[in-house]
Write a protein of this length. Structure first.
Length: 328
């Protein structure tokens, strides 16, 4: 019996020694153990790039690793999206996702489906677009209702400008026509500067764009802003009514930017990044920069941004199909 005890004890000691000698391969290092890359679908020097440089500097302090921005603009965010979806879902390659991706995903035979090909972590920023009109072309139009009434009395005679075919503004104009039951002529321009120049000169009667581009023409007295396209007034544009107040609760359009990664990211990893991202939005440097640039900060849960994306793809797909809209 004593000999058997010696054999068992020796075997146990040998196993323990072997376990101690083996490398701990099964235990992955805590996330993040190396720099995190965030791909941007915007060029370096853009307003989003500038904001994200402030944001990621503070996010680095929250996660304890360098956060590298990787601008990959072009092709309606397709280049940036494919650069992320091709990577493993380990949290080391993320993306500044945008509302334009829901439009691309709503196309017939899209190059990607943001609902299935990505994991969504948090909404970071967002806000309305602005409905503006040329003061000389539409001198008596001072409210959305007056614009709708004029459009109904003059079908097909209002040139409605956007910052590009297939853009959020383009689809917002098509949605405007449907919800308001009017007929306006969509005029796509190559970017917001061209869109605002056309509105200020009277080449277009009305336009949809963000306030950062429209503000100069409003101050010059050439453009009048009628409302924001969200349901309620925006905190950074408190003088403009929302669509509910304007009398059209069925019309809502909002741009957003968030943080997403490849499909299949583990829930605990998503929650860890979400916690750090939410905390970063409360950093004073981020709050100060947002106030200076009139950037609306959001935050929230992975479920909230995922719900927004799912609803947008569904609604845009319906509109694109019904109106036979060509989205590049």
């Amino acid at each position: 019996m004593r000999k058997l005890h010696h054999i068992i004890a020796g075997a146990l000691l040998g196993s323990a020694a072997l376990a101690t000698a083996l490398p701990v391969a099964a235990q992955a290092p805590a996330y993040p153990s190396k720099p995190v890359r965030i791909v941007l679908p915007f060029p370096a020097g853009s307003s989003t790039d500038s904001f994200m440089r402030v944001y990621t500097e503070r996010m680095r302090e929250k996660i304890g690793q360098l956060v590298i921005l990787d601008p990959r603009p072009g092709a309606g965010a397709v280049i940036a999206t494919q650069a992320v979806t091709s990577q493993p879902p380990d949290g080391y390659t993320l993306m500044m996702s945008t509302s334009s991706q829901t439009i691309t995903s709503a196309k017939d035979k899209p190059p990607f489906d943001i609902r299935k090909d990505m994991t969504h972590i948090i909404q970071i920023t967002g806000g309305p677009v602005i409905i503006g009109i040329n003061v000389e072309k539409l001198p008596n139009v001072k409210t959305v209702k007056e614009l709708v009434d004029y459009a109904k009395a003059n079908p097909g005679k209002i040139n409605f400008g956007s910052y590009g075919p297939g853009s959020l503004a383009h689809l917002a104009i098509e949605l405007f026509n449907e919800v308001m039951d009017v007929k306006t002529v969509h005029i796509p321009y190559k970017g917001s500067p061209a869109n605002m120049l056309a509105l200020a000169s009277g080449d277009s009667h009305a336009a949809l764009d963000v306030m950062s581009f429209m503000a100069a023409q409003i101050q010059a007295g050439k453009v009048r802003a009628l409302a924001v396209t969200t349901q309620d007034r925006s905190s950074n544009l408190p003088d403009l009514p929302g669509m509910k107040e304007a009398g059209y609760p069925g019309y809502t359009v909002m741009f957003w930017q968030g943080l997403s990664g490849p499909a299949g990211m583990p829930k605990d990893l998503v929650n860890k990044i979400n916690t750090a991202a939410n905390a970063t939005l409360k950093e004073q440097a981020v709050l100060d920069y947002a106030k200076k640039t009139q950037t609306l900060l959001f935050g929230g849960t992975p479920e909230a941004i995922t719900d927004i994306i799912n609803r947008e793809v569904t609604s845009w797909a319906k509109l694109i199909k019904e109106k036979n809209i060509e989205v590049n």
